[in-house]
Design a protein. Structure first.
Length: 265
């Protein structure tokens, strides 16, 4: 890895063939160890394509995307071992015939975590569940849990592998306000204290607004990348969303865009 750079995109672009669609173009950014990035943009702006490119599931049409200094596509098996991935909640089978302990333990064992023996594996699983507040429900059937509880199990599954990069796709879907705030505090702690690089695709950045270091605005191209103060301006948000986006400033001076006001396109 070059220095502390965990993710580096240079002129990244991707075209789907059937039907022919330019999903991404001109995306360039870098994330260093411990950075906290929010990825924003309207529906169909290329956010999911970017996630798939980082995971090495798509071969870029143009440019490159590197994780830990390696081309994601060419070294996808290696880089996936250091990525903790939390998919969109509605993409997961809600009726898995497993309990949280089994789900997290399976992720750990298949990724080679806990090779020191069963006791070490059990401790890692217990720690991951405790971090997301699910230790008391570790033996409950996954399907009996609420949407927010299921989401926290998926976060524990991602954390148990001790990732360099935590990649999350709409992590707050189906999560109530109390548990959402707990999850935000956990992500902030992971980035600042554990130096995990966090990359979160979000529809609404406001739960994260006080904690993120960087924002990437997409509209099938990179509209902007920078600090929240640099990117969450009415002008850049209107460019990304194709409509006026009101921006509120809280007492702490943090920008809060009201993206629900903008029509997705």
């Amino acid at each position: 890895m070059t220095g502390d750079i965990v993710v580096e995109a240079v002129g990244l672009g991707y075209d789907y063939v059937s039907p022919p669609v330019c999903a991404l173009r001109g995306v360039s950014f870098e994330l260093r160890r411990g950075a906290f990035l929010a990825v924003m943009g309207p529906n169909g702006s290329g956010k999911s394509t970017l996630v798939r490119a980082v995971l090495g599931l798509l071969r870029p049409t143009r440019g490159s995307i590197r994780v830990a200094g390696r081309e994601a596509w060419e070294y996808r098996r290696e880089i996936q071992r250091i990525i903790g991935y939390v998919p969109q909640h509605d993409s997961v089978n809600q009726h898995l015939p497993m309990c949280p302990r089994d789900i997290v333990g399976l992720a750990a064992s298949t990724r080679g975590v806990g090779r020191g023996g069963h006791g070490n594996l059990t401790a890692r699983v217990n720690d991951a569940l405790a971090m997301v507040g699910m230790a008391d429900l570790a033996h409950r059937p996954f399907g009996s849990l609420s949407g927010g509880q299921q989401q926290r199990v998926l976060v524990a599954r991602a954390l148990v592998v001790d990732p360099h990069l935590l990649l999350m796709d709409e992590p707050f879907a189906g999560v109530d306000v109390v548990h959402r705030n707990e999850l935000v505090e956990l992500l902030a702690w992971l980035s600042r204290e554990k130096h995990v690089t966090v990359m979160a695709v979000v529809h609404n950045i406001n739960p994260l607004a006080h904690f993120v270091d960087h924002v990437l605005l997409l509209d099938n191209r990179m509209v902007a990348f920078g600090t929240p103060g640099e990117t969450l301006t009415p002008e850049l948000l209107a460019e990304a969303y194709g409509a006026e986006v009101p921006v509120l400033v809280c007492d702490d001076g943090v920008l809060h865009p009201i993206t629900d006001h903008a029509a997705d396109h």
